[in-house]
Write a protein that binds this ligand. Structure first.
Ligand SMILES: [Zn+2]
Length: 333
């Protein structure tokens, strides 16, 4: 079979992307929250404060979202490298892998894209996703053919430090680099993704009632990396990770310890950026994150025009607005 690699829209270079450790308490995942498809970009009335320029002019591609019956579904595979590992038994007891994965893929596709029939819906051609449960450090990572680029010192710093979650006692370590993957780069093309998920991490999820939600949450986060765009490899890691956790948040799979924090910059990544994106989604209308993702498909990332064209103001101003709104809400409490 010939593998078609898009020439003008390289698949996301989300290749070594890390999942933060999350943890503790709460029941299994509630049903997904499908969002209503807003009007297409350029015709959107849902963007209340938007003076962004219409990008129809450089829409050189046709939609590749699937067919009229729905988004194109990938072949899903599960590989358990060590059935004797206690994490393997916990995984198999906690989830129906086929079911949660197909639901998670559907959620990711729906939250990142309008609909297969919508001309602005162009998804990466992710043909297969293989979940590999194995004994490794860290939590999880997703591979393809390219390495994620380090962006700014501040955002790469986020992903280099070893952090220890106080709740679950699992270290967040920089997951082994792709070169240490058992696969060489040439074994897979970017249409075929692998999600490596740590059996040790699964084994450490506590309390046990969190297993289903945590496993589903981590897999949902990693599946976003299989479907999101990354500005041809130029998107800041913090935004890539923020979008992944925004999807997780919108599937009601946020772990109990997540909270809205306003310290630092907007692009610290993970839930920190996810809650900021949620503020943007609420302020500018449903589909705003889809529009961010779509813009990351079309253009290399250049911070100032990216945000001002999309939302009419610089991201620093949006972040300031968000910080002020949060501090007012905190005062009320
Ligand atoms: Zn990630």
């Amino acid at each position: 079979m010939t593998v078609t690699v898009p020439k003008t829209t390289p698949a996301p270079t989300a290749l070594v992307i890390f999942s933060p450790p999350t943890s503790s308490a709460a029941a299994g995942p509630p049903p997904p929250q499908p969002s209503n498809a807003p009007p297409a970009p350029g015709t959107s009335k849902s963007v209340k404060e938007d003076n962004h320029k219409d990008e129809e002019d450089d829409a050189e591609e046709t939609g590749d979202g699937g067919d009229d019956d729905g988004f194109r579904q990938p072949k899903l595979r599960l590989e358990i490298r060590d059935l004797d590992h206690p994490g393997a038994a916990k995984f198999l007891d906690a989830v129906n892998a086929g079911k949660i994965l197909s639901v998670a893929v559907g959620n990711v596709q729906r939250l990142l894209y309008w609909s297969p029939a919508e001309p602005h819906t162009t998804m990466p051609k992710t043909r297969s996703v293989t979940i590999i449960l194995r004994d490794m450090g860290g939590v999880a990572y997703t591979t393809g053919t390219k390495l994620i680029k380090k962006t700014s010192p501040s955002s790469s710093q986020n992903f280099n430090f070893v952090q220890v979650s106080g709740v679950i006692n699992i270290s967040r370590v920089r997951v082994p680099h792709e070169t240490k993957s058992p696969y060489k780069k040439t074994d897979l093309d970017s249409d075929h993704k692998e999600i490596h998920f740590s059996l040790g991490y699964i084994n450490g999820i506590s309390p046990a009632s969190r297993l289903t939600a945590e496993i589903t949450g981590v897999l949902t986060h990693e599946l976003v990396h299989c479907y999101q765009w990354d500005a041809k490899g130029t998107c800041p890691g913090g935004l890539v990770e923020g979008i992944a956790d925004w999807v997780r948040l919108n599937c009601d799979l946020s772990p109990p310890h997540w909270k809205r924090e306003t310290a630092g910059e907007w692009d610290r990544g993970y839930q920190h950026t996810a809650y900021f994106l949620d503020y943007i989604e609420n302020r500018f209308g449903a589909g705003s994150v889809r529009r961010i993702n779509e813009k990351l498909r079309r253009h290399k990332y250049n911070v100032k025009p990216f945000w001002t064209e999309l939302l009419g103001r610089p991201v620093e101003q949006l972040w300031q607005d968000y910080v002020e709104k949060q501090s007012k809400e905190n005062e009320k409490c």
